[in-house]
Design a protein around this ligand. Structure first.
Ligand code: 5HU
Length: 152
């Protein structure tokens, strides 16, 4: 299974430790195409754009998004890039799990929470969670995926 993980980079790196926990768990289900999002050495300036350039980052990430079987996004720290990735993924009819921590005191954008169709089979699902239950929430989601989503 190919998994695209979305998390804030230029939107702020406050949650990088939780991104690391999420990616570690996701790697037990398949290949995480965007593992770099969880790397502690990527600052809020982003990947080294002198080397890659923003267009190269965008085009690579869109290729990965097309290739992905499932998208998992940590949406607590607001990020334009994550919002863009989610909009593109919805248009591609991908399966999407958005993870939000209400303990942050933030209120999730209506454009994300409102995209959840509210049924267990909805393509985009929003799960409120607390940090200590992150692995359990991921386990529940991946065990509920239909068997025709290719595994490993
Ligand atoms: O350097 C980068 N590399 C990269 O892969 N991204 C992608 C992956 C993240 O899920 C998302 C973060 O967007 P933003 O930087 O606007 O917070 O965009 C974003 C940047 C910087 O915008």
């Amino acid at each position: 299974m190919r998994i695209y993980f979305c998390g804030s980079i230029r939107g702020g790196r406050q949650d990088v430790n939780i991104y690391q926990r999420i990616v570690k768990k996701l790697q037990t289900y398949g290949k995480v195409l965007t593992e770099h999002v969880s790397h502690g050495d990527i600052s809020e300036k982003g990947e080294d754009s002198a080397l890659k350039g923003d267009r190269a980052i965008h085009d690579r990430d869109m290729e990965w998004l097309v290739a992905a079987d499932v998208i998992v996004a940590e949406v607590t720290q607001p990020s334009l890039g994550v919002g863009y990735e989610l909009g593109r993924a919805v248009a591609m009819h991908k399966k999407i799990l958005c993870l939000f921590r209400p303990s942050s005191g933030r209120v999730l954008s209506a454009m994300i929470r409102g995209a959840d169709g509210d049924s267990a089979s909805s393509a985009l699902q929003v799960r409120d969670y607390s940090e200590d239950e992150v692995e359990t929430v991921l386990q529940e989601y991946f065990s509920s995926l239909t068997p025709n989503v290719e595994t490993r």
